[in-house]
Each structure stands twice: as C-alpha cells, then as structure tokens.
Design a protein around this ligand. Structure first.
Ligand code: 3PG
Length: 429
C-alpha cells in the first residue's frame, strides 16, 4: 500500500474516505473515536496544503440511523479544529465545481455516500460508475483512512483506487499493523477474552484463533461464556431459560464442538452474580439454584482469569463480561478491563460493544496497547478474510502526476469528460 507519508499533498485535491458512522440520539450524531481520528487526518492534510474532500456514510438504506451528514460536519469541525463545510450532495455539477474551486487547506464534507444507489450496487465495476468517475475527474488522489468500512466492496471504498493514486491513511495503516501483529505474529502465550452477546462473532474468532494457533487460551464470559458453560454439561437454572427465550440456544451445537475440541484451553466462569429483590449484587457458585437469572461473572472467576492474564504476553479483549450497563453487574467487566490494562502484555481491545463499555466504565484508549474502532472489519481481518478496501489499495499502481502550470487546464478538461452525465449526480436511493 502507498504510505500516507509519501503523499505530496500540497495543492492537490484529495478525496479522503473516513468512517463517521455513529449512533444517533434524537437525530444527533454521537461523538466517537472515529471523529477524533477523522479530525486528525484532516488536520494533517490541511497542514500539508491539500484541498480536502471528505467522503463518509451514515447508517444503511432503510435503517433508523440512515441520515444526512450535515450535523456530522459540525462535530467534525470541532475535531479538525477547522471549519468543515458541508455540501448537500455527492457529485452534482455544483459540487464538482466547488471541489475545483477549493482553496489549499480548505475542507468539504460531502453528503452520505449511501444516499446514492451506485455506492452499494452489487456486481458492478465501480470505476465505471458516475459517482467514481465524476469525483475522480476533479481529484488528484484518494486516501482511505476508513479501516472499519474496508470490509465493504463499495464505490467509495474500492472504486477510486482504480482511477486515482491511492494511499493508506494513517489510522487505517495503524489498524492493519496492530491487528496483523495480533493475528500473525503475537508473542505467546496469547490469551483471548471473549464475551458479550454477539456470540456468532465470538465463535468465528475463537474457532479461527484455535485452528490457526493465534491463541493459546480463551477466557469466556458474557452470554458466550454461558453457552460454553452449558456445553460443558453444567446448568444455569433461570439463566438457561432466559437464554432459550432470547434464542441463544441455537448456538448450543457450535458451543459443544468448541468446548469438546478445546476444553483444556478454555477457562469457563466458575461463579456468577444476580441481583436480589433490593437490587443488590449476590454472587453464587451455583447458578442453577439462583432465584434470578445471572448477568455477570463473579469474583472467583476473576481470580481464575487473573492467573491466565499474569503470564500472558498478548491479550485480546472483545465484548463485555456481563451486563455492565447496570450497576450490580458492572464489576466483572470493570475488573477484567482493569486486569488487562495493568498487564505488561501487548493488549488489544476491539468490537463496538467493548468500545462503549470502556467509555462507560471510565477507561481511556491509552490504558491499552490498541483500541480498535472497527466492528465487522476487525472480525473479518482476525478471521483471515480479505478486506476489499485493503486489496484495492494494495493493487493500486497509479502513480501521482506531477502538476505543473497546466494544472487548472487539465482539471477542467477532466471535469468536462463527465459533464454530460453529471446531471444524474443528484439521484438518490
Ligand atoms: C461500521 O460501523 O462498522 C462501519 O461503518 C461499517 O458499517 P456497515 O456494517 O453498515 O457497512
């Protein structure tokens, strides 16, 4: 991949793909580390004299969080410490004109790329879409700093590298470095702490890690840990009923196979916590007779996990140990994170749920070796899948043009090449 450091950005129109996808509360985009990272890379480019054109998405068509990026621009301006001007479409003639006229160090944020059907159309050559052709005609190069969207084969991720010199953004490169180290060359013993309720993801990661020697031990908690606990032949009483009602028992067979194949390398919870009628935390070794369903691991389990973590050279954490959002059940996740953050091992925390848990429980990014901002992309990477966005950058063989005096004339000519089709640039899904 072409490195960001090699990009001579002065005077160049740079298409910058970032990931600003976030949760919306009453229509307001919520701040997240993704905005911090986008702000950083924008500042770097603006300082180098680039004309920065930011491209991002929010939500999926039809979803409640499928919205305009207008409010994202306000949040992004705060992080970039510079005005980020919102443009209410993606590649209309007016927008292309604005990009042509953009000054050095100035920043535009274009509208949600997923408003345009070409972005996610399947089975097409993105380099031939109006979206990619039009924007490429007014830009000098492309930077992908959206690792967390790079598992998607979509126009704004994989299209531009077919037409423009394309660079790996600094945060994308950092994610790839940390996750490659974790997956391929981590110092052993490697301990995976997998929890939470996204159990299919946990199974994918655990199965890959064991079959490829990427992890030596697995500390299981959350719903994932409870399924393995049941697979080991023990009972969880009311919690088993709860798991059944919520549909989690459909994973029982997978849990049994994982347990049977790797029981010597898996540490299961040995005690649990429930809340009594007054809402106070009660710990028990026998969840099968607990008067309420259990929603956290107990202190003895944490002591067991501590022994594994003491010797670990690498630790990966995905998902909370229990229902940390509720005070009686935050102890397991909080203590586990504390143990990991104070470990001398190389530590990586990933997955959307873990990020939210870190924030809620008062941990900072700097408490860990690396906190991954990606969800699906991280999982695909850690389970050995190719990420289309990374492949597109790796295959990019287009070298940057030297832009002498004829710069303006050249840009005009390129712009008019698509002028006939620009009018449809405002088409939305
Ligand atoms: C994410 O939030 O994980 C990325 O923005 C990708 O979003 P998607 O799963 O809707 O493609």
């Amino acid at each position: 991949m072409k490195s960001f450091e090699a990009l001579d950005a002065r005077g160049k129109a740079v298409l910058l793909r970032v990931d600003l996808n976030t949760s919306l509360v009453n229509g307001e985009p919520q701040d997240s580390p993704r905005f911090t990272q986008a702000g950083e890379v924008i500042r770097l480019l603006a300082r180098r004299g680039a004309k920065v054109v930011v491209i991002a998405h929010q939500g999926r068509p039809g979803g409640d969080d499928f919205s305009s990026l207008e409010k994202h621009a306000v949040l992004l301006s705060r992080h970039a410490k510079k005005k980020v001007k919102f443009v209410p479409d993606l590649f209309s003639p007016t927008t292309l004109e604005k990009i042509r006229g953009l000054g050095e160090g100035k920043i535009l944020l274009l509208e949600n790329s997923r408003f345009y059907s070409e972005e996610s159309a399947e089975g097409i050559d993105y380099s031939k879409t109006l979206l990619v052709k039009s924007l490429s005609s007014v830009a000098d190069c492309f930077v992908n700093d959206a690792f967390s969207a790079s598992h998607r084969s979509q126009a704004t991720v994989t299209g531009f590298p077919q037409l423009l010199p394309s660079y790996a953004g600094p945060h994308l490169a950092e994610e790839v470095d940390f996750l490659s180290r974790l997956r391929d060359s981590a110092e052993k013993p490697v301990v995976y702490c997998l929890g939470g309720a996204k159990v299919a993801e946990c199974f994918n990661v655990a199965e890959y890690a064991f079959s490829n020697g990427a992890a030596q031990s697995l500390l299981a908690s959350g719903v994932f840990g409870e399924l393995l606990f049941l697979a080991s032949g023990k009972d969880l009483g009311l919690k088993r009923e709860w798991l059944e009602k919520k549909g989690f028992l459909k994973h029982s067979e997978r849990a049994r196979r994982l347990w049977d194949g790797h029981k010597d390398d898996i540490a299961l919870p040995i005690d649990f916590a429930f809340a009594d009628d007054e809402g106070f935390r009660v710990e028990t070794r026998d969840a099968s007779t607990a008067p309420k369903p259990v929603f956290d691991i107990g202190g003895e389990t944490l002591n067991l996990f501590k022994r594994y973590l003491k010797d670990a050279k690498t630790v990966f954490v995905k998902g909370p140990a229990g229902r940390y959002e509720e005070p009686p059940f935050e102890l397991g996740t909080k203590t586990l994170f504390k143990l990991v953050s104070s470990s001398k091992a190389f530590t990586v925390v990933g997955g959307g749920d873990s990020g939210a848990a870190l924030e809620k429980l008062g941990f900072k990014e700097k408490d860990f070796g690396h906190v991954c901002t990606a969800g699906g992309a991280m999982l695909d990477f850690l389970t050995g899948k190719e990420l289309p966005g990374l492949v597109a950058l790796e295959n990019n063989a287009i070298e940057p043009k030297q832009k002498p005096d004829s710069e303006v004339a050249g840009a005009e000519a390129a712009g008019s090449a698509v002028a006939g089709v620009e009018a449809s640039g405002a088409e939305t899904v």
